[in-house]
Design a protein around this ligand. Sequence first.
Ligand code: UDP
Ligand code: MG
Length: 318
Amino acid sequence: MMDRLYLVIPCYNEEEVLPETSRRLEAKLKELIGAGQISQDSRILFVDDGSKDRTWELITALHQTNPMMEGLKLAHNRGHQNALLAGLMTAKDRADMVISMDADLQDDIGAVNAMVAQYHQGCDIVYGVRSDRATDTAFKRGTAQAFYRIMSFLGADMVYNHADYRLMSRRALEGLAEYREVNLFLRGIVPMIGYKTATVEYSRGERFAGESKYPLSKMINFALDGITSLSVKPIRFITLLGFLIFSASILMLVYFLAVHFLGHTVPGWTSIVVSVWAIGGLQLLSIGVIGEYLGKIYLETKARPRYRIETLLTHDPQ
Ligand code: UDP
Ligand code: MG
């Protein structure tokens, strides 16, 4: 019996791309089945992340007419990471290996063959890695690069230029299920699971239809989430900064006392005002960083559900 593959595709308002995406993915699965790489009953699971357009109707229609296609509807929009997690956790009990990718097929689906081949070589996690970012705008490329630099500086173990296009075996997914954090940043957690891993390179294309669901504001939120959910280094920097400034003020005190006793008067208004503002700003910034973590802890202690499944359309007996 060959191993069963599930493709998990999070979709948010993707009515424009779904028909084409489902066609291409179906062809890819059939090719792999034909080549004897995966089992006959491999499937595609579309996760509707609370879309407001006709996405769920399209998924329902695909499920009705095609025994390969399944659907999972979340009760409301929970964001890409949570939608992906919902799909992975649903596929975990049905599949031997799961590949996650975006609905817009910006990630070259040709890399699926290499991922499955690595799985057969005994890998539990196979990361899809972009070989170039030629099709991204210079701005997106620059911000993304800065993000990876900052992350590795802060000590987060992330795979460079890897987004959420990856293969995971069933036991890797079972490992993932043990991470219960609400502030979900999958590409930071997955490398913590361990097991044998590999990377597969691909080139990233442009969205063939529709618009990005990741505007700048969401990107910034995502980056901040990534940093604060993986690392406590920013808080340590604040401590260090506080120590440095305190040491500097002691030195300044010594200097000013010396100047005072030597009989020079200090005009000093400018320096006082500047330092008051500088220290005030630093303090506010530091409190803000600590507040970020406090907010995270608050949310984690609440342990709210990360997603809620409304409907599951499957061809398997439930
Ligand atoms: N997505 C989602 N929920 C959201 C936003 C996006 O499930 O709230 C999905 C979206 O349908 C797509 C993937 O996440 O499959 C990546 O989104 P997009 O292509 O818009 O991001 P970009 O490639 O521009 O970073
Ligand atoms: Mg995209």
